[in-house]
Design a protein around this ligand. Structure first.
Ligand SMILES: [Zn+2]
Length: 244
């Protein structure tokens, strides 16, 4: 615990009664510097926060105690649940993001993050499948932590699940505007993984955004919003892992 730098934020409230922390949401800060991001997350006027911020050099700042409800997720949905802030821990990873020069996450930062997340996992008994990205729970609005985030490396520590299948085959099976059984199956599998269940055979913008979020996390080599053979294989595999 002593390795945290305390930078408390006023932007939190109590968790709802009976809430058990069982999910970790990973974000990037999306601002030019870490200092700027921390200042924003500590400003009462912004109404946003996170439990932790991980700097590029690996330093970890604690803004909100884990037992309190930090305000990081916004309007969100995962595996049949809304208001993901209620039972999650939010971790902001310093990176300028797509707006200010998205770049690879440095090794010291990922090492610090793995140490932090391993502690959270142990304290709350969080299963591997419940380490997910902000873009997963808010695919219409968010793209963080983004396609450069090293999910495979984290999975080696039980922090997230990945597929052993590579997303190689980019032959397109379905795209926006398509209808039918292939799209029904696609929407069903996206719902099983955790995205808002679209429940029909229409490949509309909801399907496209969820698919794009899925690819950003599980097929980062090609974030196209189109269903290709490689994505289809990985989607089936992840749906099976997350439903078992
Ligand atoms: Zn975020």
């Amino acid at each position: 615990m002593s390795s945290y730098i305390e930078q408390s934020s006023p932007n939190w409230n109590e968790r709802p009664c009976g809430c058990v922390v069982d999910t970790v949401i990973l974000h990037y800060t999306g601002m030019k510097t870490g200092a700027e991001a921390i200042a924003r997350l500590r400003d009462a006027a912004t109404q946003v926060s996170a439990h932790y911020v991980v700097e590029e050099d690996g330093r970890i700042f604690r803004l909100v105690a884990e037992e309190k409800r930090a305000w990081h997720a916004g309007v969100s949905h995962w595996q049949g649940r809304d208001n993901i802030n209620d039972c999650s821990i939010g971790v902001e990873i310093v990176n300028p993001g797509h707006e200010f020069g998205y770049r690879a996450f440095p090794t010291p930062q990922i090492n610090g993050l793995i140490t932090l997340l391993s502690g959270i996992k142990e304290r709350h008994g969080i299963p591997a499948a419940r380490f997910i990205g902000h873009s997963d729970i808010a695919p219409q609005r968010k793209i963080d932590p983004g396609e450069l985030f090293p999910w495979r490396e984290l999975a080696d520590y039980g922090l997230g699940v990945v597929s052993i299948n590579p997303c190689l085959d980019q032959s397109v099976v379905a795209r926006k505007g398509d209808v039918g059984d292939v799209v029904c199956d696609l929407n069903k599998l996206l719902g099983i993984v955790g995205y808002h269940n679209l429940g029909d055979g229409n490949f509309g913008s909801g399907t496209e955004m969820a698919l794009r979020a899925f690819q950003r996390h599980w097929c980062p080599e090609h974030v196209t919003g189109e269903l290709d053979v490689g994505t289809q294989q990985v989607l089936s595999d992840i749906a099976e892992q997350l439903s078992s």
